[in-house]
Design a protein around this ligand. Sequence first.
Ligand code: SF4
Length: 336
Amino acid sequence: MRVAELRERLLGLGALPEHAQRVLRDWVQCAPHERGRRRPADYLPKPVREALPAIDAELAKLARVVSEHPGEDGSARLLVALADGQTIESVLLPRDGVCVSSQVGCAVGCRFCMTGQSGLLRQVTSGEIVAQVVLARRRRPVKKVVFMGMGEPAHNLDNVMEAIDLLGVEAGISHKNLVFSTVGDARVFERLPQGRVKPALALSLHTTKPALRAELLPRAPRIDPRDLVEEGERYARLSCYPIQYQWTLLDGVNDGQDELDALVALLRGKYAVLNMIPYNANDGLPFRRPSWEKARAIAAHLHGRGILTKLRDSAGQDVDGGCGQLRARALDGGAQ
Ligand code: SF4
């Protein structure tokens, strides 16, 4: 179910636009209708009131938690089943965040990512995206939603933008705390500025070298990292919020001095934060995680040269490249 379809259905039953908004708000805020300040009976037309139990039951079926896997840092990975039996992953993040999936599988095929190995299986609807936030809110407060789980949000723009609009307007989540993460796609730079909720933007850079980028992200648009950063800079100025550049640190692949020098030249003076994420090793994928000491030295070096750099661990805030492992294990029969 898409959010737009649900809204249309409510309007078709005779709800006014503000009534439909209220029903959607109750859903994303996890406020049972009967606990609101005004009961549905006070303001909703009878056909809408009568349809609400069935609608609530349908919303509850959009997504359910199959298994929960707590991490040491306060995060928890959730394996989530959708109504058709497909599974995706959500991650409860420390400090009131949740990372959601926007696709089942992913067509970009990043060499270091488990999700990318399966290709794209289907889109996740806006209803299913919001349902992941609702599941998270039933477990803990959610003040931040990052679109860094399974899938490339740019390949499912209509659903992702619809979810962002609802979360920004009705769920009380500030636009800076809605993070759209992408490998970079011209459509993103056209659509994001048009939305009434302009999310923060995370751009997966991973390397300054076009040829290596084409190798690591084989089906990402062939955009030169310099052009990507230029587009990012324009959006950062427009949205009044810095771009988060993502760099999955792969031992011996993109951690050389040549990359660091080029990175400084690329990002110096930009309205940006660089998130360095040491790779989380995946069985069967040919990449290694650098030592934490090495990663710390790289981050300190960049910081010392004027690049605001944050070293993060993929178990928590950033799961880019780490996602897809739970689902893969579940398909093998291991995570249930
Ligand atoms: Fe897709 Fe992100 Fe995985 Fe790349 S890292 S394959 S964009 S899910």
